[in-house]
Design a protein around this ligand. Sequence first.
Ligand code: G6Q
Length: 545
Amino acid sequence: MSLKKIVPTKTKAWKLLESHFSEIKSAEIKDLIRTNNPDNYKINWEDFTVDISKNRLDDKALSLLFELASECGVEEAISKQFNAEIINETENRAVLHTAIRTDGNEKILLGNNDLVPSIIQTRKKIQEFTDDVISKKIKGSTNKAFTDIVNIGIGGSDLGPVMVVEALKHYSSRLKTHFVSNVDGDHVLEILKDLNPETTLFIVVSKTFTTQETISNASTIKNWLVSSLGQKSVIKHFAAVSTNQKEIQKFGIDPDFVFPMNDWVGGRFSLWSSVGLSISLAVGYLNFEKLLMGANKMDLHFKTSSLEKNIPIVLSLVSIWYNNFFKCETEAVIPYTQYLHRLPAYLQQAIMESNGKSVDRSGNKISYQTGNIIWGDTGTNSQHAFFQLIHQGTKLIPCDFIGFNKPLYKDNTQHDKLMSNFFAQTEALMMGKTKIEVENELTSSGISKENLTFLTPFKVFEGNKPTNTILINRLTPENLGSLIAMYEHKIFVQGIIWNIFSYDQWGVELGKQLASKVLKEIEGNSVSKHDSSTNYLLNKYLSNS
Ligand code: G6Q
């Protein structure tokens, strides 16, 4: 059965939210926080504490947002996704990235076929391969153990693995992991320059095995390898993750080194599958499995918790409140750990590729805002950069602050400093600094009256800037899995409420077609069929390249 097609703006809850919004849109968080029921704004789950108190929300807005979720059929949609119904309707597919992180104690039926045995079998293959490479049982063509792994993939076949490998660096195996994604030859050659072909294993990750960037990078690398170790080395130095068996065979990859993907897992949700092979090699299989089990726990929480205590649902509703009522264009994600420095880039793809849609599930043009624009960087670095705009700019930017109770190394002194920034920022964003406070501060610094009058307006902070605080015990593989799954489910809930299809990506598909058309023209040295600007620029490129 297909997903319900409910236009959110026509629901009863939306209308009530609109009128309630006009009543509280100027309310101050610092006042709301005193009168709201604190229990409604905090969720404690496993190692997570999620606090949404510092938002421009009151109890009534929150309860209307839950009504909106119910009216839009969120709970029913969750069941449909987990029951393998064809909810990716434009591609006629079920959406089962949650299945690949199963704990194995259930049946997951796609039609009459239980997917669990093949999922466990693939996991076993990943484990054996990982163990054999790390233990030096699998070696390169000159009988030397591998020291370096290169993941060759782009988009969903790159961003998830690279983000997780960076995030779990503390848990690294003896292997060094590198990522080649861009079709930019300079990117490939820059990475190859420090690698020894004899001790490097390449993993080509491409669901389709036709993506221009990946195949072109894989060919360049193959030539580089062959030129130093000969044609016979290819079979020992390449592994592949793909659905396209024919192309893999043509490339010359050992069938034992081929790992499957499934069409019911979208690229940007695939790090849990064989696409995560480089993660498994980078941190060891057991840590990879812990990552999956952490995500599985979040799946269970998402499936079984009430709307009010359901972390992904609550976060998605807060986000809709700002996106559709306050008309905020962007959201920032600020992790207070350097390990998560790739999280914002990963979320940009996951969120913007999924919910960047302007046609609803009935095929009609949408009249309200959908996909949020996501950006961010780690704290405290970002405090010394774009936080100026969040504190004092003209735009309202809701932020997720992600922090950890414990550091990974035992340096609590530095960690306390890091986390005092974390807490101080969300408080300052909410409280701001009043004119009187600024004047008192300046007076006590002994400044002249004239200077005080001049400086005061620049030093006032309006405050009332919203934040969610996601406080996690420690950055473990399990907790990282839960965190990523939390955002995945948030995306899904927002897509359901916005009445769009979150699991297709026609905009990305278009990009793939366009480049090959232009490339043919560049290669043929004849460009004339475009608009005047594109013709001019292409000819300029041709005459100088
Ligand atoms: C993800 C997108 C996209 C895709 C890449 C790579 O959801 O569809 O980012 O992952 O274009 O595609 P291949 O894995 O087929 O090379």
